[in-house]
Structures are given as C-alpha cells and as structure tokens.
Ligand binder design. Structure first.
Ligand code: SAM
Length: 294
C-alpha cells in the first residue's frame, strides 16, 4: 500500500529516487500536506463530470487528488526533467495526461478539444501556481475564449488579497478590476508556508474564481482601452484622480473643462484617489471620455 504522493514520506522518497532538486527559477515549492490538497479539491468542487487543467503538477501531489475526483485531468508542466517522474508516479491513473508545456505558450482551447474525451464538459483550472508568474497566468486565463467553470488556485497571500480587495483599500487596483470584470473572487482558505518543500518566504492562500452571474450594469465601449485607461488612473496611486487623469488625457484648458463637466455629471469628485472608484464608475468614466473624444 503506497502512501499518497502528497504525504511527506512519499514526497521525500520520490525526490530521492529520481534525484530531484527543486528549481527556484520555475517557482517549485511542492505541497506536502494531504489535508490541504484535499481541501483544494473540495474548494474547486470537483466532480466526475469535470475536466480539469492543472498548471505545474510538480511531482504530482495535487494531480493525484484531482485524478481521484475529476473525470479527466490535463496537467501542463514546463520542467521536462519532471515528465518521466510524473508518468511513472501517475501511471495508476488512466484519466491523467501530462504534457511538457509552458502554460503561457499553450493554446488552451485547442488542448481542451484535443486532449479531453468530453471537451463539452465543464473545464476547471486547479493549481498550486508558480508564484513568479501568478498575474500573467491569471491574465492569460481570463483573456482566453474558454468559459472556465471555475479557477481554483493557490498563490501568495498578498496577491490573493489584491484579487479580492474592496474599493478604498490599498490592495485594490488594476488587477482587482481585471478579475472583477469577468469573475467573482473569494479566498477559500490560507495556507502556511510550512507545508511546502522547500518552504517559500511567503504565506499562501487559495482563491476561487467563478464566472460572474450578474452582468455588468454598463458595458465598456472597448475592453482593451478600458483596462489601458484603468492602469493609467492607477499610475500614481497617492495622487488624486484629477492628477492621474491629466497625465492620461491631457491638461489644456479645453480638456480640463470637458473633464470637469464629465466628473460633475457622474458625481465623481476630482479629488478622490483612484482606489475609491468602483468598476462601474471606471467604465462610465472611460465611456464618457470616449464620447467626448478625450
Ligand atoms: N503542483 C505541485 C504541488 O502542488 O506540489 C507543484 C507546484 S509548484 C508551486 C509550481 C509548478 O509549476 C512547478 O512544478 C513548476 O515547474 C511549474 N511551472 C513553472 N512555470 C511553469 C509554466 N510556465 N508552465 C507550466 N508549469 C510551470
């Protein structure tokens, strides 16, 4: 009776057997706590009807738990040294496919069509993310045409707080708004740094993203431009919205006049800090500036 991959003893045995030294450059911190692993699967509410994409399986600790709960699992691992290890330790599971791929380069819609027996079933992303590329991975997932049934991922606690921040807090910013545009975000639970091998310098949290159920009150005239505008508004967080707007749209007398009128109509004080505005307010503001040709 072999212990599960995510147990300390088995992880140690696998690492020893294959001579694995974790690579910092790939953000490798392996989870060695079966409770945490099972809680991740529960937070993602994985069922046998689900297709799961796992990013960065490492030595397969989470993959094994996913294989037991899901219909099929597709795991993308950038480190080719881990592929033979994964193929061997996951051999008992016939519903797992491991591919040597960089998730940031992967064509996810195509992989879903090619790799899953039932591509029409809900697709969930579950991962203990490589922390050095948390934001690019999330942005890629959100930009993809795939309608994720859920994205349940572990990340650095500070980033999790930014994803779930409320207006008016210092964690609230362009990343929060990019997520809120499409998803609802919740922190499921926090995870201590002590359950990883090696232990990282930060604590972690599991975030669950689900598709928005309530559509946006006002759609933006252009999503790409909206987020360019939002980033511009947050360029100087300590400064007022007014100052930030002048750096993005200009400061001639004519522009200032138009800006004042728009802010007045939207009942937004020029002196507020950008972090006070809700997503709806940013959309209304961007739309009004666009209509006024600013
Ligand atoms: N899932 C394992 C676990 O929980 O123990 C490993 C998690 S470890 C934090 C992150 C994993 O992502 C590593 O296996 C690393 O090699 C892999 N990784 C890093 N960058 C990647 C990328 N661009 N595409 C796919 N996998 C990547």
């Amino acid at each position: 009776n072999t212990p599960e991959i995510g147990s300390r003893t088995r992880t140690r045995a696998i690492m020893e057997k294959y001579g694995i030294h974790t690579k910092k450059s790939f953000g490798q911190n392996f989870l060695t706590d079966l409770n945490v692993l099972q809680n991740i699967v529960s937070a993602a509410a994985i069922t046998k009807d689900d297709n799961v994409i796992e990013i960065g399986p490492g030595i397969g600790a989470l993959t094994e738990q996913l294989a037991q709960a899901a219909g099929e699992v597709l795991a993308l691992e950038i480190d080719r040294d881990l592929i033979p290890v994964l193929n061997e330790v996951l051999a008992p599971y016939n519903n797992v496919t491991v591919l040597n791929q960089d998730v940031l380069q992967a064509n996810l819609p195509q992989l879903i069509q090619e790799q899953f027996t039932h591509p029409e079933r809900p697709v969930k992303v579950v991962a203990n993310l490589p922390y050095y590329i948390t934001s690019p991975i999330l942005m890629n997932l959100l930009a993809s045409p795939v309608e994720w049934a859920a994205i349940c991922v572990m990340m650095q606690k500070e980033v999790a707080q930014r994803l779930t921040a409320q207006p008016g807090t210092k964690q609230y910013g362009a990343l929060t708004l990019a997520i809120e545009y499409q998803m609802t975000a919740k922190i499921a639970f926090n995870v201590s740094r002590r359950v990883f091998v090696p232990s990282p310098n930060v604590d972690s949290a599991i975030v669950v993203l689900k598709p928005r159920t309530v559509p946006l009150a006002v759609p933006p005239f252009d999503k790409q431009k909206l987020f360019g505008f939002i980033r511009g508004c947050f360029a100087h967080r300590r400064k007022s919205l007014w100052n930030n707007l002048q750096s993005t749209v200009g400061k001639t007398a004519d522009v200032k006049e138009k800006l004042r009128t728009i802010l007045d109509q939207l009942a937004i004080s020029p002196q507020v800090r950008p972090e006070r505005l809700t997503l709806e307010q940013f959309i209304e503001l961007a739309n009004a500036l666009h209509s006024a040709q600013l």
